[in-house]
Design a binder for this molecule. Sequence first.
Ligand SMILES: Cc1cc2nc3c(=O)[nH]c(=O)nc-3n(C[C@H](O)[C@H](O)[C@H](O)COP(=O)(O)OP(=O)(O)OC[C@H]3O[C@@H](n4cnc5c(N)ncnc54)[C@H](O)[C@@H]3O)c2cc1C
Length: 437
Amino acid sequence: SRVAGGRAGEGTTQGISAALQRLGFRLDRFKTGTPPRLHGKTIDFSRLEEQPGDEQPVPFSFLTERLEGDQLPCWITHTNEAVHELIRANLHRAPMYSGQIESRGPRYCPSIEDKVVRFADKSQHQLFLEPEGRRTFEYYVNGISTSLPRDVQDEMFRLIPGLERAQIMRYGYAVEYDYAPPDQLWPTLETKRIEGLYFAGQLNGTTGYEEAAGQGLWAGANAALKLAGRAPLLLDRDQAYLGVLMDDLVTCGVDEPYRMFTSRAEFRLLLRHDNADRRLTPIAWKVGLVDVERWRRLETKAEQIAEWRRRLESTRVEGRTLAEWLRRTEIEWADLVRMAPDLAEAPPEVAEQVRHDIKYEGYVARQRAEVERQRRLADKTIPPAFDYGGIRQLRFEAREKLERIRPLNLAQAARISGITPADIALLLAHLQAKSPR
Ligand SMILES: Cc1cc2nc3c(=O)[nH]c(=O)nc-3n(C[C@H](O)[C@H](O)[C@H](O)COP(=O)(O)OP(=O)(O)OC[C@H]3O[C@@H](n4cnc5c(N)ncnc54)[C@H](O)[C@@H]3O)c2cc1C
């Protein structure tokens, strides 16, 4: 059935859309869904494949030294032809297929009914069972997001190995929601129409928790800076994923729910999670977003990185400096420690940065040069009948969009939402190979 509402158990907030429209904002609609949640005590884990977590999980925050507690495993099972048959027989009852819901959904988490129709040649789809937490029996069944009615959801699990007796704690469902196309925003996320009003999160056509949180931080910081009469906080595409996200949103807009994938960034060697503190803490410190403790930690770490790097550059073993040894592909930090045992004293997070700085120096320089070159060549024309299928490495999404839009030049291709600089590099290489020199 189709009802007005928010996410499970949450009320609806219909009034705000009408209010925004009255103010002259354009709105559009997207859809998204969620899978059923199962009761762990009713799952037969002996028939599932275990997926253990990382042996050494990396904490999310640089202020967390290490993570305590055991990791909870995830589990894998698969759908099968019988499940697909059941879904096909009930497609007319799925709002996403019966025409009740027509807006676009997230490409990266299609519903199971979507997968069964679009990838009809697949005899099974993988399901990933994720525990929802340590204090609940609830399992999130990744891969089976659905808008099918409850009786079909119950029946589906009867047919899946290990889940035959599984009880659904919460049923899957789909929602449609309004968003305001983000070309109505300045790069600070302030609306162009109303000064002092900022939009952040799903309202801007993104989907996901991190995307929403990142924009909240960005919009909040910029609103505060504006009130204080200070310069805005803007990050470039080579400084932060947030910079990529904002540029994509306000420059290209969105034509489907936008997810922040690493593949959307062209400077991936620079935008690493391990160097997020070195990249961003100084900027955040300047605008007053970090406290003294975090700043001091970074200062200490930076000093240590410089100090250990100096040691690597000044210590010689068999005629080479340790830095030169480390540049060799087959040499790792552990090998250096064997050559110079006092390196074992370097804190792991410092050793990691020194290693990356030295090992990737050449690659990073090449990447910068490559991006510059791509920018200069971005006007190259593409023949209208260009065979995108002939580029074997081109991602499916990129090929689909390029074939649909058929851009006339690389600059236009680069502006299509979801086409990454990596796709452009591939395209460029093929165009150059084809054109007479
Ligand atoms: C079913 C479903 C499953 C999802 N699954 C995932 C997932 O697994 N992983 C993932 O990363 N993302 C998932 N998402 C996407 C993610 O939930 C959203 O993109 C994200 O939560 C959006 O955050 P937000 O802060 O922009 O908006 P919301 O979280 O929607 O917050 C907006 C808030 O504003 C309040 N509000 C509205 N109007 C008013 C008003 N007039 N006055 C005051 N308050 C108001 C609302 O009550 C709400 O609390 C899912 C979304 C849905 C719908």
